[in-house]
Design a protein around this ligand. Structure first.
Ligand SMILES: *Cc1c(COP(=O)(O)O)cnc(C)c1O
Length: 356
């Protein structure tokens, strides 16, 4: 049994590195609403360059960036095309409806592929009865529980489609760098297919707080107003930006390692009798239990006894996300534990908590 917790519930569970804390202590600060926080200004400039966009703003969260983007692109009462497994549609407290006052038009996205035919059929042309589509919203990596990569070619198809209808294309790129390193493409190349993008500093990049929203100068001017409207105007926000600068300098390249570890362990997990595993493309593994009498809650309970934390995503499904604190040895240990649990279960010897 390991002393240390192996926390695979998300890549958001990481605590800031000592280098990040040091960067905060050294940061030059000021009032960001007055544009006087030099550290924020530096992060925004750096991020815009990295993404190949004209300008960028720091937000408190990815949700705030997404909603400020929607409010900036879309009129009240218009529709936004979203993937049915997207974060915007599923995990933002229905902010699209409640705050931005727009209607979601979800489409099925299979294996991270936004089918141009499906998306085109979902486009609404405004008339007396129809709302009109104001935005096509992509997500890369796609699907909270699978982390699939949307290919550059597919993003190009979406750009073309948007262009032919005069509809802007947005990218929720919370984990865009996981996709970029895997594709061997520059983030700016992927982002050249969209009008605006946000990425999270808090996922694989390991920061305690923050996201960056980037786009044209005009878009960012508008987004700043909308960020203010939802309480996102900040003062000495350099304390958020300083770890962000560190992350952009040091944490992007190494994401390839997380992706590699995840696919390595997923292949091994898939060999265990009684479970199946998604095709891992980035750092997200979802494992389905095929054994009749074992539920996700049971597996979570037994893993917890071994100091391993995973996330329940269905009655018989758990999720594990690899991040920089997870070593290959940790994953070998997790593999061993799951193997052991499944073997004991197979012999009918597993005492399931509270349901015998
Ligand atoms: C995490 C995440 C967000 C939102 O980020 P928060 O900072 O948690 O608000 C948005 N989209 C995707 C795909 C995410 O994974």
């Amino acid at each position: 049994m390991r002393e240390r917790n192996i926390d695979l519930r998300s890549d958001t569970v990481t605590l800031p590195k000592p280098e990040m804390i040091e960067a905060i202590a050294k940061a030059s600060l000021g009032d960001d609403i007055m544009k006087e926080d030099a550290t924020v200004n530096e992060l925004e400039k750096k991020a815009a360059e990295l993404l190949g966009m004209e300008d960028a703003i720091l937000t408190i969260s990815g949700t705030m960036a997404n909603q400020a983007a929607i409010m900036s692109f879309v009129q009240r009462g218009q529709e936004v095309i979203v993937g049915d497994q997207s974060h915007i549609y599923n995990l933002e407290g229905a902010a699209m409806a409640a705050i931005a006052q727009v209607q979601a038009r979800p489409v099925t996205v299979m294996e991270g592929y936004f089918d141009p035919g499906v998306v085109e059929r979902a486009i609404s042309i405004r008339d007396i009865q129809k709302a009109g589509t104001g935005l096509i919203s992509l997500e890369n990596t796609y699907n909270l529980n699978d982390g699939q990569i949307v290919s550059l070619e597919n993003m190009k198809e979406m750009k073309e489609l948007g262009k032919s209808y005069g509809i802007p294309v947005y990218l929720d790129g919370a984990r865009i760098f996981n996709a970029a390193v895997e594709l061997g493409k520059k983030p700016s190349e992927l982002c050249s297919q969209v009008d605006a993008v946000q990425f999270c500093l808090t996922k694989g990049l390991g920061c305690p707080l923050g996201s960056v929203l980037a786009g044209s100068k005009e878009f960012i001017r508008e987004a700043k107003v909308n960020r203010q409207r939802i309480g996102g105007g900040m003062r000495q926000a350099g304390i958020i930006a300083a770890p962000g600068i560190y992350a952009l300098d040091h944490m992007i390249g190494r994401l390839a390692e997380d992706n590699r570890k995840a696919s390595y362990i997923a292949r091994k997990l898939a060999m265990i009798e009684g479970v199946s595993v998604n095709e891992v493309q980035t750092n997200i593994i979802s494992l389905r239990i095929n054994e009749m009498d074992l539920l996700a809650d049971d597996l979570i309970f037994f893993l917890k006894q071994k100091n391993i934390k995973v996330k329940k995503i269905g009655e018989k499904q758990i999720r594990m996300i690899v991040h920089y604190l997870i070593s290959k040895e940790d994953l070998e240990y997790v593999l061993l534990c799951i193997k052991e649990i499944m073997a004991v279960q197979k012999k009918g010897r597993l005492k399931v908590q509270g349901r015998v």
